[in-house]
Design a protein around this ligand. Structure first.
Ligand code: AR6
Length: 178
């Protein structure tokens, strides 16, 4: 686990489950365009939130790569879920920019809703095939770049499923802003 303070925003990386972060105002979902249950992160979030989350999502879908929408958290321990559609690597181009858009748009929604803390999984790095190292660099750099503009959001946590993924995020966060 690592932690950095960048322009008064704490950015940290932990190993864990995105659906088990009770101290965060919102968690981001690595969603599909239809905002349905799915596997991976979307499966974990919808399973815990319950069927009312899919119902709330229905009128908001479909969303485009890079886009984000916000809903309630339902049975999750978080007030909100911010659903991000990451790019499918090699199909949705330019994938680097679309992935950065996800993090930027999610933070914008968190600001609009006056949230203090947001958790992100490694969007697009599972079923959507984005290689972890460049995806982690985009994730960390985008949040660090937005940090000076954030008035409400003061804690951003990256929640990585595996120890190997955490090690990559830790290394990149350690070099950020140096
Ligand atoms: N908590 C934290 N990270 C997780 C969890 C979890 N519970 N489960 C998986 N990961 P993915 P994507 C990691 O596939 O690539 C879905 O089916 C996982 O190891 O969830 O954006 C949707 O319905 C990987 O590193 O998201 C979409 O169709 C990362 O989270 C599609 O997959 C993202 O993996 C989205 O694909």
């Amino acid at each position: 686990m690592s932690k950095r303070e960048i322009h008064n925003v704490t950015i940290e990386c932990v190993q864990g489950d995105i659906a088990d972060q009770p101290d965060l105002d919102a968690v981001a979902n690595a969603a599909n365009a239809q905002l349905r249950m799915g596997g991976g992160v979307a499966g974990a979030i919808h399973r815990k939130a319950g069927p009312a989350l899919e119902e709330e999502c229905r009128p908001l879908a479909p969303i485009r790569p890079g886009e984000a929408v916000i809903t309630g958290g339902h049975n999750l321990p978080n007030r909100h879920v911010i659903h991000c559609l990451g790019p499918v690597y090699g199909r949705d181009n330019p994938s680097d920019e679309l992935l950065a858009d996800c993090y930027r748009n999610a933070l914008l929604l968190a600001e609009k809703n006056h949230l203090f803390s947001v958790g992100f999984p490694a969007i697009s790095t599972g079923a959507f095939g984005f290689p972890l190292e460049p995806a982690a660099r985009i994730a960390v750099n985008t949040v660090a770049h937005e940090a000076p503009k954030l008035l409400s959001v003061k804690l951003v946590r990256f929640i990585l499923f595996s120890r190997d993924d955490l090690a990559v995020f830790d290394r990149i966060l350690g070099k950020t802003g140096q």
